[in-house]
Design a protein around this ligand. Structure first.
Ligand SMILES: N[C@@H](CCC(=O)N[C@@H](CS)C(=O)NCC(=O)O)C(=O)O
Length: 137
């Protein structure tokens, strides 16, 4: 593999999608490895011993954990191709604010959309819609 990049991921993960989009934007070739989250691989547990979560980006054998940190790492490694973060510090702060907002507000209702049924699922749907609406402000 030219860039020696492995991504431990799960297809439906919104966090993994961030990293996959960043890699695609940069045109970087990488090896995708789908994880079974109910039976995590030894590699995942070794590479992310703190959180034991995907996505994990492995570059030349070294892990980078947390999707936002991965996106920034990818952007710093290949700054000349499709820059992801704006160059202006204020605009960068705005982008980080919204990424943090997504992390804090969307994951719980998004997960409940999949895992709950009935009233709880409906409540999650409404919460998710409210979160999306607030991003229009
Ligand atoms: N803050 C982390 C969140 C990662 C995360 O929550 N990953 C979930 C899948 S979407 C996971 O690995 N869950 C397995 C578990 O919690 O055991 C990031 O941005 O990378």
């Amino acid at each position: 593999m030219a860039e020696e990049i492995i991504l431990l991921d799960y297809w439906a993960s919104m966090f993994g999608m961030r990293t996959r989009i960043a890699l695609e934007e940069k045109g970087v070739k990488y090896e995708y490895r789908e994880e079974d989250l109910s039976n995590k691989s030894t590699l995942l547990l070794e590479m992310n011993p703190i959180h034991k979560k995907i996505p994990v980006l492995i570059h030349k054998g070294k892990p980078i954990c947390e999707s936002i940190i991965q996106v920034q790492y990818i952007d710093e490694l290949w700054p000349d191709t499709n820059p992801i973060l704006p160059s202006d510090p204020y605009q960068r702060a705005q982008v980080r604010f919204w990424a943090d907002y997504i992390d804090k507000k969307t994951y719980v209702p998004c997960k409940a959309l999949w895992s709950e049924t009935g009233e709880k699922q409906e409540a999650a749907k409404m919460e998710f819609i409210e979160v999306l609406k607030s991003q229009d402000t």
